[in-house]
Design a protein around this ligand. Structure first.
Ligand code: 16G
Length: 242
């Protein structure tokens, strides 16, 4: 076997083994991983290979490093289904977590071409712009930029400014049922301030989600652009056969 292949196998073995131990509960959330020296002895691989493996698992969100303290096992990612139109508030509550929203911007602006197209309104029409940092159990999860048609949603602006859940306001105050949405996910670079706001300066990209949501009358009620932490979230879909 070539040296490179052998090295790759050993590195892959270490990586899979760490993941397996987390899966089995041998390593638990918040536990400190054995030192680089211990791992290199245990798996008979160089410390450089150990470091590279740990670095990759850090990038994948499986491990995190605390300066001067060591490397620790991360909390498991939030598994978010994509088959239902749910709100951040309800999603977090259903998991027993405490949702929160820090308002970064709330304004009424004229719709540009893109927003007008997404909200199916006239270019220049008033739209409500709401930028929020979404938190669960005080941990930042996503930055959301949400646009609502002013003509439909102006009665709830005051309550929006108090940090109330948008979906609960739409339902309870405006009797709007959201029944259809188009959603896409792609990778997008994060600005330094965004990574900082998301609580992890090492993040250089995030999952960028665009959602256009419709009510029973087929009105485009909201258009949202969000950046979700890829190290804390996993989106999934359930599929059925053709
Ligand atoms: C979720 C939705 C977002 C919606 C928000 C309402 C995704 C990707 N986005 O974050 O479109 O505006 O919930 O949350 O799921 P709220 O009712 O807690 O304000």
């Amino acid at each position: 076997m070539s040296q490179t292949k052998d090295k790759l196998l050993k590195y892959q073995h270490l990586k899979e083994d760490i993941k397996q131990k987390i899966y089995n509960g041998v390593y638990t959330v918040g536990q400190c991983l054995p030192s680089e020296r211990q791992l290199s002895e245990e798996y008979s691989i160089s410390r450089m290979t150990v470091r590279r493996t740990i670095g990759e698992l850090q990038d994948e969100g499986v491990l995190y490093r605390l300066q001067g303290k060591g490397t620790f096992i991360s909390a498991t990612k939030i598994m978010q289904p994509m088959s239902k139109i749910t709100s951040f508030t309800d999603d977090m509550r259903a998991r027993g977590m405490v949702p929160d929203a820090k308002i970064l911007m709330l304004d009424t602006i004229p719709a540009n071409e893109l927003i007008a197209e997404k909200l199916q309104c006239k270019q220049g029409a008033d739209v409500i712009l709401l930028k929020r940092l979404r938190l669960a159990d005080n941990e930042p999860m996503a930055i959301e930029t949400l646009y609502l048609q002013h003509a439909i949603c102006h009665p709830i602006i005051d309550k929006i400014s108090q940090g109330t859940s948008i979906y609960s306001l739409l339902k309870q105050e405006l009797h709007i049922n959201l029944v259809k949405a188009f959603q896409s996910i792609e990778i997008m670079p994060l600005q330094k301030w965004e990574a900082n706001m998301l609580g992890n300066d090492d993040l250089d990209s995030a999952m960028y989600i665009q959602r256009q949501t419709f009510d029973e009358q087929n009105r485009a009620v909201e258009y949202v652009e969000s950046k979700y932490r890829g190290d804390r979230y996993k989106f999934y879909v359930e599929m059925s056969g053709a």
